[in-house]
Design a protein around this ligand. Structure first.
Ligand SMILES: [Zn+2]
Length: 272
């Protein structure tokens, strides 16, 4: 922001915003009540989400969640700051590729011309992993926690993920940067959402594969491709399994053998 050719205005990240964000403080009981209101509002207003373990979700649901959270927890300050920064509205995405992080908040700064002058244009995008949401509360039956709080269903898990991402957004708006491993983030997350931590144990594709398909990393498997049956070993599981098949045409691995790599949908694998 110290670039003299770029106009900056009085608003933007700084102590004034930081104070407004740190003024937000809710007891655990208030957090519970407010997030329950958002939960009920989602069920009554969303055309897709009709039950806690919904099977369809749209990006309009993320917009709805944003409005609910800004109202219930941020007193409209997120929307105000976004408007001040010319960054309103923010973009929402559902991702099938995001499989380790449950969500992601990105801040992009671009130089644009406005009234003949170069200015910085800030944009935000919040992504939620649809893969983790749908894997969770499906085949794997265990307690799921996000941010140290137990989630009873998929909608609650979505709320906890979204709360984490909104804290990233709040930090970006107030401080210009964000880090969920740092003390500032944890302080905000305790004050606003009574979160106990910044981690999730949602069901990853790897765990889901183990329960739903009985397939684990290291398993010997076979699969058919264009009428040929291949035999190999599972090396990695994301949305598909990475299977290494020994073949002299393949890449040399540290065990001194050559392997070809195949990405196989889990349902097509047979365990040997
Ligand atoms: Zn984070």
């Amino acid at each position: 922001m110290s670039d003299p050719t770029v106009a900056s205005d009085a608003s933007g990240p700084g102590p004034e915003r930081q104070a407004r964000l740190f003024a937000l403080l809710y007891s655990a009981a208030e957090v519970e009540e407010r997030s329950r209101r958002i939960y009920e509002a989602m069920l009554s207003q969303s055309p897709q989400i009709r039950t806690g373990n919904f099977t369809v979700i749209g990006t309009d649901d993320l917009e709805r969640l944003f409005a609910g959270y800004d109202r219930e927890f941020f007193r409209g300050r997120l929307g105000e700051m976004l408007l001040e920064d010319g960054a309103h509205p923010i973009a929402f995405r559902l991702s099938r590729r995001l499989v380790r992080a449950a969500g992601q908040t990105i801040r992009q700064v671009q130089r644009v011309q406005r009234a003949g002058r170069p200015v910085l244009k800030v944009d935000y995008e919040i992504t939620v992993s649809a893969t983790l949401l749908y894997n969770t509360f499906q085949h794997v039956d265990r307690t799921v926690t996000v941010g140290g709080l137990v989630c009873g269903d998929r909608l609650e898990a979505l709320q906890r993920i979204f709360e984490h991402e909104l804290l990233h957004l709040a930090e970006f708006l107030g401080w210009g940067r964000s880090n969920c491993r740092a003390a500032n983030f944890h302080a905000l997350s305790r004050r606003i959402f009574a979160h106990e931590g910044a981690y999730h144990d949602l069901v990853t594709p790897r765990e889901e594969a183990g329960v739903a398909f009985g397939i684990h990393v290291g398993d010997a498997v076979s699969f058919e491709l264009d009428g040929v049956r291949h035999h190999g070993r599972v090396n990695r599981i994301t949305r598909r399994a990475t299977v290494l098949v020994e073949d002299p045409r393949g890449r040399l691995y540290s065990d001194g053998k050559h392997y070809l790599t195949f990405y196989v949908p889990l349902g097509l694998l047979s365990k040997l």
